[in-house]
Design a protein around this ligand. Structure first.
Ligand SMILES: [Zn+2]
Length: 431
């Protein structure tokens, strides 16, 4: 199966600076190419990867664009390929810009044949990449197979290298422990409660750490845009958030290992995260009707997301990833009434839920832990679902594209293109 391996890089200061520049060039290519696609689309025509790649090659020789030629050509091309894939999946209006400050630099070397990986000693290994040369990384686990490509990313102040490898393991036909289904209820008091009555929980940030994060955020908001102090404050805040993120990632991986490793069926409730994330209440401006005062919504939302997030979605993703190796079937069910239904007699009554933790049926008198009861109902609902197809071989297999594909687009725009053989191309940004 195709799988990913990620390692912490040990760049020299020059390499880190160069990687930052490559990331910047890829971001510029992404944004310009996206704008070009949008302008074309407004003009009723289509531009695809091949035209854009040709223009990119021409642009590299233009004066003033030497920085473009400095970046590895394959990384820039890969950016265009990624953009092409995103656009055919979400449409040109559904793809987002890469912001200079918010987006983390990321670029991919698509040619596995050109990447040479060498083990140096017990702790270190190195990989040779076009233009970057030998880069050293911390050897935390074996690669497990030949690398098909390599992606360099930065998270906070840390650079990572991840390889796509073919590990040669076939997906199992069935789980080693058949008929061991489990229902999973995700909550706040306990992050994961299973139908077997087991809780998986971890505090990702202590009270003091939450205070510290708020202080870092405050420091950041008091600096001027573009100043050196802001850059340093953003770096401190980003590093802290990255630390919390790593803890969450670790918890998700460990929980997924237990859930998928021990059970042939894992049932989650489908999450409507949009409804669950609370926003700061709008503050109307009493002097000017219809206007609103700043309410700190952006800061609050950002902080809540980074520090207080329980990572519910990430746990599901981790279980699905693990399930490819264990043969577990993962499904989601509608969560309606799972927390107010009696598991024994199926009586539905909101009054049965006495408190956050206690469930006592108003009909049959059955009592138990409220979350465990909900998890049991989730498992029952999951068992009632028709059996889904076996876990796929490919990770992140794409949905078949229909309406937004290149062909569909050509068909849709063909009539217009013939009606206006020369659309206004004057404003189209050049790569
Ligand atoms: Zn009951």
């Amino acid at each position: 199966m195709l799988t990913g391996r990620r390692y912490v890089l040990d760049f020299t200061p020059e390499q880190a600076e160069f990687a930052e520049r490559i990331g910047g060039a890829c971001r510029a290519v992404w944004n310009t190419a996206l704008e070009q696609r949008r302008v074309y689309r407004r003009g009723g025509v289509f531009i695809g990867y091949h035209d854009q790649a040709r223009q990119l090659a021409e642009a590299k020789t233009e004066p003033g664009l030497e920085w473009l030629g400095e970046a590895p050509g394959h990384c820039l091309q890969q950016t265009l390929i990624d953009l092409d894939a995103s656009c055919s999946r979400h449409g040109v209006w559904g793809v987002r810009w890469k912001s200079k400050t918010a987006a983390r630099p990321s670029f991919r070397f698509p040619e596995g044949g050109k990447i040479c990986v060498e083990r140096l000693n017990r702790r270190w290994a190195r990989a040779k990449l076009p233009k970057l040369g030998w880069v050293r990384f911390w050897w935390t686990r074996p690669l497990g197979g030949p690398a098909k490509n390599a992606t360099i990313t930065r998270d906070g102040q840390r650079w990572y290298i991840s390889f796509l490898v073919e590990d040669g393991i076939d997906p199992p036909g069935r789980h080693a422990r058949p008929d061991t289904g489990i229902g999973v209820d995700r909550g706040v008091a306990k992050i994961v409660t299973t139908s077997e009555g087991v809780f998986h929980h971890q505090v990702f940030a202590t009270g003091r750490e939450v205070e510290h994060a708020a202080k870092l955020q405050r420091d950041l908001s008091r600096t001027r845009k573009g100043s050196n102090r802001r850059r340093h404050a953003a770096r401190r805040s980003g590093a802290f958030k990255a630390k919390i993120r790593r803890r969450r990632e670790d918890f998700a991986a460990k929980t997924a290992c237990v859930l998928a490793g021990g059970h042939d069926l894992v049932v989650f409730e489908s999450l409507k995260t949009k409804n669950m994330t609370r926003r700061a209440a709008p503050k109307p401006d009493l002097d000017r009707p219809g206007r609103f005062l700043p309410n700190g919504a952006a800061a609050k939302t950002g902080l809540n997301k980074a520090i207080l997030d329980k990572g519910w979605h990430r746990i599901e993703q981790a279980v699905r990833a693990k399930a490819r190796y264990t043969g577990t079937i993962v499904i989601t069910v509608n969560p309606a009434y799972t927390s107010v239904t009696c598991h024994r007699c199926k009586h539905v009554d909101p009054k049965s839920r006495k408190s956050q933790a206690v469930f006592a049926c108003t009909s049959c008198g059955h009592t138990g832990h409220a979350d465990v009861s909900a998890a049991k109902n989730i498992l029952t609902a999951g068992r009632a679902e028709p059996a889904p197809p076996r876990p796929g071989v490919r990770a992140g297999a794409r949905k078949p594209r229909n309406r937004v594909g290149r062909k569909a687009n050509r068909q849709a725009t063909a009539a217009q293109a013939t009606a206006h053989p020369e659309p206004a191309l004057a404003e189209i940004p050049r790569l």
